[in-house]
Design a protein around this ligand. Structure first.
Ligand code: TYD
Length: 135
């Protein structure tokens, strides 16, 4: 299972740091939606879903958190600790976010608007979906 983690270009000078992200350049899709999670309680696990047709990039722009990815065959844990790191997540990945630091802000760039119909929230359904895709 391949985990795609970007290290975005950092523009730093004596004033501080800046990261700029452009669609189709730094981000491999059209950015149709941006959302972020903050004040997430430390013992909370979020996510627990996959998507039928959605690409996302997760950036922990402040603090840190962990993401467990599961492609139906393998699981991997990725730590997001730097504001210039972006984790690419394709549609066919079951994801779980946890271990949020108190100050964590997890920014998500998404390739489409919010459509509840696009969510796969049942794990057995996800396994079925990923088996059908790999056939
Ligand atoms: P939810 O799907 O529970 O988040 P997570 O995947 O982290 O568990 O989303 C929480 C609430 O926010 C839910 O009522 C749906 C709403 N929401 C939107 O309205 N738009 C969005 O883009 C997202 C991601 C969630």
């Amino acid at each position: 299972m391949q985990v795609i983690k970007y290290a975005f270009q950092q523009h730093g000078d004596e004033r501080g740091m800046l990261v700029a992200l452009e669609e189709f350049k730094d981000i491999p899709f059209e950015i149709k939606r941006v959302y972020f999670m903050y004040e997430t309680k430390s013992d909370i696990h979020r996510g627990f879903h996959a998507h039928k047709n959605l690409e996302q990039i997760l950036i922990c722009i402040h603090g840190s958190c962990k993401v467990r990815l599961d492609n139906g065959l393998e699981k991997k844990v990725v730590s997001l600790e730097k504001p210039y790191e972006g984790l690419y997540i394709s549609n066919d990945m079951w994801r779980e976010m946890y271990d949020f630091s108190e100050d964590a802000v997890l920014l998500v760039l998404a390739s489409d608007f919010y459509h509840e119909e696009d969510y796969i929230r049942d794990y057995d359904e996800f396994i079925e979906f990923s088996r059908k895709k790999s056939r």
